[in-house]
Design a protein around this ligand. Structure first.
Ligand SMILES: Cc1ncc(COP(=O)(O)O)c(C=O)c1O
Length: 388
């Protein structure tokens, strides 16, 4: 009766243990959070006031979103050195929805999207729900993350329509290196494959060497590109539901893409009028939230590095930005056994590398968003157990 787009349902062993511990009411230090609204940040008290304006009672939809809201997104990008026309911006309710829209635009059922591995675990589901198959290309760590270009070449079979990248990537924190990107561009161009750069974490880049990389594909002269962003990470407001895509590339291709995006988005008109009217204010007034997140990430990372230095068997992998840290730890048992031990014995929840499709064991992923005290307490429990 039901479509195979929804995968077999069920929860992992780790999720079942978490549910049991939470039901028992025991304290759990959570180092997996990606929800900025529950980690003790201070939001400006009237931040959401801009959602409640009389103009919100009038419905005048536009498939790409209100021009004023698109101008606000363009202004915000310009303030960070990325020049784009509001005409090339399309609003959505979230970045996840942007992916759904792009799969509709680019792929027929059964077509492929190349996705980085390790990366954001939702790609499999987002593509599958659109009848698209996600097919991995590998990122490899040699003191810094690089693309395994052979895996891109091998992966680019005729049914591939899009190549996705995340800059900085979740959870590796890596920007695609400039020479890897140059080669990926060449390969994509040869096969008419669109490039999608998810830059939701772009303002959480701490390595000055990549500081000017945001929006690097928005004015690509040859290739059709899509650069994604959204309020959820930009100003820590996932519940407000506003994302955007910047369509890049040569005029002729961009025009054809935008005509089709208008058709797709007009069929749903999913972005609320209120959030469109508020977009400019939220992007400006939310900056202190992004500042606090940057400070939190910096503090937690600094503490983690000092603590890790006392454990020769553990290494924090180099990253350039994002909200996560990756620890490579000795393989004394399985990642799952380690994560379950941390849960049951130490009351700490961390993600194992396999959640993000790391190709081998053992890796732990720690959210740097967690409140500082909780983070320190949890790290002090994770490191001794992980080092054996
Ligand atoms: C890389 C990446 N892209 C997109 C999203 C989803 O963003 P949104 O809340 O705008 O759907 C996330 C959420 O964690 C993410 O990590």
């Amino acid at each position: 009766m039901f479509s195979a787009r929804v995968p077999p349902l069920g929860s992992s062993r780790v999720a079942r243990v978490v549910a049991r511990l939470r039901a028992g009411g025991g304290p759990l230090l959570d180092l997996t959070t990606s929800n900025p609204t529950t980690v003790g940040l201070t939001y400006p008290p009237d931040l959401l006031g801009s959602l409640d304006v009389p103009d919100g009672l009038v419905y005048r939809p536009h498939p790409r979103g209100h021009l004023e809201a698109r101008r606000s997104v363009a202004d915000d990008l310009a303030s960070r050195g990325v020049e784009v026309s509001p005409e090339r911006i399309v609003l959505t309710a979230s970045t996840s929805e942007s992916y759904a829209v792009l799969f509709k635009l680019l792929c027929d059922p059964g077509d492929l999207a190349l996705v980085p591995q390790p990366s954001y675990p939702l790609f499999d589901y987002l593509s599958r729900l659109e009848g698209v198959v996600s097919s991995p290309y590998q990122l490899e760590y040699y003191g810094r993350w690089r693309v395994d270009l052979d895996s891109v070449e091998r992966g680019l079979e005729p049914r591939v329509r899009a190549l996705l990248m995340v800059n900085p990537n979740n959870p590796t924190g890596s920007w695609m290196a400039a020479d890897d990107l140059a080669r990926v561009r060449e390969l994509a161009l040869r096969q008419d494959v669109a490039l999608v750069s998810d830059e939701v974490f772009d303002r959480y880049t701490w390595d000055p060497a990549v500081a000017d990389r945001a929006g690097g594909l928005v004015n690509d002269p040859d290739l059709l590109t899509f650069t994604l962003g959204g309020l959820s990470k930009a100003v820590g407001l996932p519940q407000v539901k506003l994302g955007w895509m910047v369509v890049g590339g040569p005029d002729r291709l961009v025009r054809r893409a935008l005509e089709r995006l208008d058709f797709i988005c007009d069929s749903f008109l999913s972005v609320s009028t209120s959030v469109q009217l508020a977009a400019g204010t939220l992007l400006r007034a939310g900056r202190p939230v992004a500042d606090q997140i940057r400070a939190r990430v910096r503090d937690n990372l600094g503490f983690l590095d000092e603590a890790v230095a006392r454990y020769p068997g553990i290494q924090r992998l180099r990253a350039e930005g994002g909200w996560y840290a990756v620890l490579q730890v000795p393989t004394l048992g399985s990642e799952e056994a380690l994560v379950l031990g941390l849960l049951e014995e130490d009351g700490v929840l961390v993600h194992p590398g396999y959640f993000y499709d790391f190709p081998r064991e053992s890796f732990l992923i720690l959210s740097l968003l967690s409140p500082t005290e909780e983070f320190r307490d949890a790290v002090a429990r994770v490191l001794p157990r992980a080092s054996g």
